[in-house]
Design a protein around this ligand. Structure first.
Ligand SMILES: [Zn+2]
Length: 138
């Protein structure tokens, strides 16, 4: 932990004519400061990721076929349920009037019954995830 008294000690060492000791202590403090800044940046990005996940959990809805993101009064989407369930990513579906297709995984959703039919991609046997997995250690 950085503190005021360690910096004051550097100042006093310079005043006492001990520049080598002051420089050594100052280098140590700089090194610790850099470590704290790096840790702070990591923590900020983790907080941002948690905020994003919280936002999605509050505003992402599944209608049985697609995911929709509600932002204010706007309903954005539809998003590919296969991509979100497998990878936790939101890919907007392309609508050609007859079907909705995901350009990421190739899944095609028929508009009539809105049942997903995988084309060119085999369905994964992996269990569906309901939330984004956050690694605890990087
Ligand atoms: Zn997809």
């Amino acid at each position: 932990m950085l503190n005021y008294y360690r910096y004051k000690e550097v100042y006093e060492l310079f005043l006492k004519g001990k520049p080598d000791e002051a420089k050594h202590l100052l280098m140590d403090l700089q090194s610790r400061y850099i470590e704290v800044c790096d840790e702070n940046n990591v923590l900020k990005s983790q907080v941002q990721e948690f905020e994003d996940i919280l936002y999605l959990s509050k505003n992402l809805v599944y209608d049985g076929s697609y995911y929709w993101l509600i932002t204010g009064n706007i309903k954005q989407g539809p998003f590919c349920s296969a991509c979100y369930n497998r990878d936790g990513i939101l890919i907007r579906l392309h609508d050609d009037g007859e079907a909705r297709k995901c350009y990421n995984c190739g899944t095609q959703y028929e508009r009539d019954n809105a049942v997903a039919a995988a084309q060119g991609v085999e369905k994964s046997a992996a269990p569906q995830r309901l939330a984004k997995v956050i690694p605890l250690y990087k």
